[in-house]
Design a protein around this ligand. Structure first.
Ligand code: FDA
Length: 403
């Protein structure tokens, strides 16, 4: 079988579907190919099933890329207000949570249904179960894609003038993630910024790992930092390690072998508190003085781990310097993660197609005319909070507008 369309988009995820109907609304014939059995699987899983579809405030500083300027043009052309207008036009109920995050009231399915309806209304074809066996550049500056249908084995050759790669990152392979987009990029001479799991919980070994596991289920507000950035957000202890928004955000900026620092009581100067308590209640133990500051179970675990030798010593018998050192362990608990939980659970992939060879205005390859990259396949990673969808929409729009 043979098919010819103006534009083929590989990947029926957030950026692919969004780009597809915008492009079709500008009058182009568009076909979306995906190897999965369903479009937009990650959208359905997102935001705990409620899809944090955008953030009220989206700025270039919310993105990580080797070229931090790359996102600027696309974000300025299509911002949060534009997507919120679209959601309003479709009558989707939503609410705002802390830090400007917008979530569906009912279900992430509302967002996927909206994208699919837009695609249907503008006549976008979506072919699922489609494995792309090879891509060839044609003499007319277009592309020929050789495919096989997963279910019935039908071989089809698709021809297009413009090819958009919207295959996403590597996170959660069970949702259809693959490295195919990087493969296509490499085929046409693009380099790939090394990829790593991001927005992902940290894992720990040794005694620290045991301490963390013993607190599974506990959540508290902390300031988590490294030498690049700092986030004051909730931390969650789990059976596998440290999770929660503070850790996920920090993971975007973390590399294997680096330490992280956690201020377990960002509202309290623990050194000042202990030194004052030493004067006012000299017979107190450290854990008693800190009783109102940290949860009891955590304090017990920490004293066994961090100041066991002094745990039964009254404050009056501890040197000021010792108290200051213990305070530092709590206001700046320094840990070395053994790793992360990896792509199995990561929300995103850091790294990807190097943006130096892609136009930030049009998303077109600078190496191969009529080839485009949008969404997470690019070396653009957003913070937690609706920023990764913001990038999917903005890059998809910039691409659609330019074809
Ligand atoms: P996306 O992953 O959406 O789509 C890629 C598509 O390409 C998929 O349909 C896949 O099947 C297809 N594909 C891959 N390889 C292929 C191949 N070889 N052949 C054909 N098709 C292929 N972000 C956010 O802003 N707010 C949120 O609430 C969340 N929540 C969230 C939860 C979870 C559990 C995850 C895993 C991720 C999030 N994210 C998020 C991140 C967000 O989902 C992600 O950044 C976007 O979906 C990226 O959109 P893309 O279109 O680039 O890829």
């Amino acid at each position: 079988m043979n098919h010819t369309v103006d534009t083929i988009i590989i990947g029926a995820g957030a950026s692919g579907l969004f780009c597809a109907f915008n492009l079709a609304s500008f009058g182009k014939s568009v076909l979306v190919l995906d190897h999965a059995n369903k479009a937009g699987k990650k959208i359905l899983m997102s935001g705990g099933g409620r899809c944090n579809f955008i953030n009220r405030q989206v700025e270039p500083r919310h993105f990580i890329s080797q070229n931090p300027h790359f996102v600027k043009s696309a974000l300025s052309k299509y911002g949060s207000d534009d997507f919120i207008d679209l959601v309003n036009r479709h009558g989707i109920a939503y609410h705002e949570r802390e830090h400007g995050q917008l979530f569906c009231d009912d279900s992430a399915k509302d967002i996927l249904d909206m994208l699919l309806k837009q695609c249907q209304d503008f006549g976008v074809g979506i072919h699922l179960h489609t494995v792309i066996d090879s891509i060839r550049a044609t003499d007319d500056n277009g592309f020929a894609l050789q495919t096989t249908h997963k279910k019935d084995g039908t071989a089809t050759t698709y021809h297009c003038q413009h090819l958009v790669v919207a295959t996403g990152g590597l996170s959660i392979p069970t949702l259809g993630a693959s490295g195919f987009g990087y493969q296509v990029a490499s085929q046409f001479g693009h380099s790939i910024v090394p990829t790593e799991a991001a927005l992902v919980p940290f894992t720990f070994t040794d005694a620290t790992g045991d301490l963390i596991k013993s607190q599974a289920g506990l959540s508290l507000d902390v300031t988590a930092s490294n030498d690049k950035i700092s986030f004051t957000l909730p931390l969650l202890f789990t059976h596998r390690g440290l999770s929660g928004p503070a850790m996920l955000q920090l993971s975007n900026y973390w590399h294997l072998g680096e330490s992280i620092t956690i201020n377990l009581a960002p509202q309290t100067d623990i050194a000042a508190l202990l030194l004052t308590a030493k004067k006012s209640h000299p017979k107190q133990l450290i854990r008693t003085a800190l009783a109102g500051v940290l949860p009891k179970k955590l304090l017990t675990a920490l004293e066994n781990h961090l100041w066991q030798a002094h745990k039964e010593t009254e404050l009056a018998n501890l040197k000021d310097d010792t108290l200051r050192q213990i305070a530092t362990l709590l206001n700046a608990w320094t840990l070395k993660p053994s790793g992360t939980e990896g792509y199995r659970v990561a929300e995103v992939t850091r790294g990807g197609v190097d943006t130096r060879d892609v136009s930030g205005k049009t998303m077109e390859s600078r190496l191969k005319p009529n080839l485009y990259f949008i969404g997470e396949v690019l070396d653009v990673t957003g913070w937690l909070g609706g920023y990764n969808f913001a990038w999917a929409w903005a890059s998809g729009y910039a691409c659609a507008e330019s074809i």
